[in-house]
Design a protein around this ligand. Structure first.
Ligand SMILES: Cc1cc2nc3c(=O)[nH]c(=O)nc-3n(C[C@H](O)[C@H](O)[C@H](O)COP(=O)(O)OP(=O)(O)OC[C@H]3O[C@@H](n4cnc5c(N)ncnc54)[C@H](O)[C@@H]3O)c2cc1C
Length: 483
């Protein structure tokens, strides 16, 4: 996923409609450390939100006694949806790829703290290919951008008069997006919509809410890639924490004074439990809660969407594409099957393309055998670059959709859901159960920084410090666009 520059960012900040870094810093800088606090806390999940929460409980709130804060993680690694594969000739991120909006972003600060090298991404640096493989000129790409802006603006006006939420796909239909355009311009407009919304949220515009597709806020500045991989961040934050890997949580029982957490390796007991498993895991009921969760939370879990994304990276013996481009794009005859490649050669010099596909197409590729998925993606590359291109000499894939520890990519504002569903997770349950994770941040949903800040915020709530997330002013109608 990629987050972009925000056309309306400057306007929104000056209007005071979004949470500014200064506002956030107020909570960050003044955690009332309770030295005498002798709480025991179990954090479920060693993704960035769980690690951030544990780190804050230990370092800022003094829960630093032996085993006072234990992180239980089902996988055999930390990082969750931040995962770098190093088996090819360069680092390949199979989950999160970018520091989305690198200025004032807390992840930028962590990257520099851990000595991680980063590089800028330019979303305009792309080669776009038509369905039959014909390259589309950059002049044409630029000319069609205003068509996208106009279609998007029509939906923004249209939704003001809309009584009931509906899908973005329906709203584009209702506003006659693309009417009167040539067939090529219509295809490119559809591709822009795919690139701006379906890739960003890893879901279909048929599911995406017209009211809330632009929910949330962001940080300014260019998006940056960690050259040696995103895993450096969670691995750095995990240093010194009591993280128990291969501990799969099956049930969280909070009926008594203390919380009992049942795992495949026995039961753990604590005063409070901070749950950071992904929304997909909650939706699939893979962790049971005893007694059940309150109805508002159950409703939120049901209503919110959870996207799907699949990555398959290929290392080739040589680069047969333009090595200077940041992205390659193919417009499939099936608009749901568009594909893009991050050109890792551009910043590493190693001929690797990291393929990204979304939603049903992504899920279907993930369900295929490695050979079949490779053949399918190679078909598109052959249309673009000719049948003579070399076969890959190395391949790696993600498994976010099928993994019991994620069950998809990240949360999405589907029709019928709203930012209030994300906020429902800010309420503690029985003063014992707290939630964090990207899906608990209506301010910065679906991002690494959102997850990180949600963990820090949940740690504060658990220690009785007012929630920054609950009180921060919300952006209204922020528009996420790439140029
Ligand atoms: C393909 C993809 C691309 C993305 N690109 C970007 C990007 O470019 N920029 C960006 O900012 N964000 C991106 N994101 C989103 C970002 O990765 C997430 O928002 C963030 O990493 C979520 O962190 P988290 O702590 O909320 O959840 P997770 O990282 O999922 O952590 C939850 C942890 O809980 C563990 N767990 C689950 N079930 C159990 C259980 N039963 N018992 C014990 N442990 C369990 C999991 O193993 C996991 O470690 C991307 C995500 C994906 C999937």
């Amino acid at each position: 996923m990629r987050r972009r520059e925000f056309l309306q960012w400057a306007a929104a900040v000056s209007a005071g409609s979004v949470a500014t870094p200064a506002l956030m810093a107020r909570q960050e800088k003044s955690p009332p450390r309770k030295e005498a606090q002798r709480k025991n806390v179990l954090v479920i999940g060693a993704g960035i939100s769980g690690l951030a929460a544990a780190q804050r409980l230990v370092s800022d709130f003094g829960l630093d006694g032996p085993h006072q804060v234990i992180v239980l993680e089902g996988r055999n690694r930390v990082g969750g949806r931040m995962h770098t594969d190093t088996s090819l000739g360069a680092a390949v991120d199979l989950g999160a790829n970018w520091i989305d909006g690198s200025a004032n972003n807390p992840i930028t600060a962590l990257a520099s703290q851990f000595g991680a090298t980063t590089t800028n991404t330019n979303y305009d640096s792309l080669d776009l290919f038509d369905t039959d493989g014909t390259p589309i000129s950059s002049t044409k790409v630029n000319q069609t951008w205003p068509l996208f802006l106009s279609a998007r603006n029509s939906v923004l006006s249209y939704r003001n008069g809309l009584g009931v939420d509906q899908s973005m796909a329906q709203s584009f239909l209702d506003t006659n997006a693309g009417a009167g355009l040539s067939a090529l311009d219509q295809r490119i407009l559809e591709w822009w919509i795919y690139w701006e919304y379906e890739t960003d949220w890893t879901t279909s515009t048929s599911d995406l809410s017209t009211f809330h597709f632009d929910m949330g806020s962001g940080f300014p500045g260019v998006d940056r890639i960690l050259v040696d991989g995103y895993s450096q961040i969670p691995e750095g934050v995990a240093q010194g924490l009591d993280v128990r890997l291969d501990h799969c949580v099956e049930e969280i029982d909070f009926q008594r004074d203390q919380v009992r957490v049942h795992t495949n390796r026995g039961t753990f007991v604590a005063d409070a439990c901070l749950v950071t498993v992904p929304l997909g895991v909650l939706k699939a009921d893979l962790v049971s809660f005893r007694p059940g969760l309150p109805m508002p939370l159950q409703n939120a879990i049901q209503q919110m969407g959870f996207g799907s994304a699949f990555k398959i990276a290929f290392e080739f013996p040589n680069a047969f594409w333009n090595q200077n481009r940041h992205f390659l794009h193919y417009m499939s005859p099936q608009p749901t099957d568009h594909t893009f490649w991050l050109n890792i050669a551009q910043y590493s010099g190693v001929p690797i393309l990291n393929t990204w596909v979304n939603h049903d197409y992504g899920a279907s590729l993930e369900a295929m055998s490695l050979n079949d998925a490779t053949d399918r993606v190679m078909q598109d590359l052959k249309i673009m670059y000719g049948a003579g291109i070399p076969d890959p000499i190395g391949t790696v894939t993600s498994n976010w959709n099928t993994s019991q520890f994620s069950q998809g990519s990240y949360s999405t504002p589907d029709v019928g859901s709203s930012p209030a569903d994300f906020d429902a997770f800010l309420e503690p349950v029985d003063e014992k159960l707290y939630f964090a994770g990207e899906h608990t941040s209506s301010l910065y949903p679906a991002t690494v920084h959102g997850a990180y800040l949600s963990g820090r915020d949940a740690a504060a709530r658990l220690m009785g410090v007012p929630s920054f997330f609950a009180t921060a002013p919300r952006a209204s109608g922020r528009v996420r666009v790439s140029r």
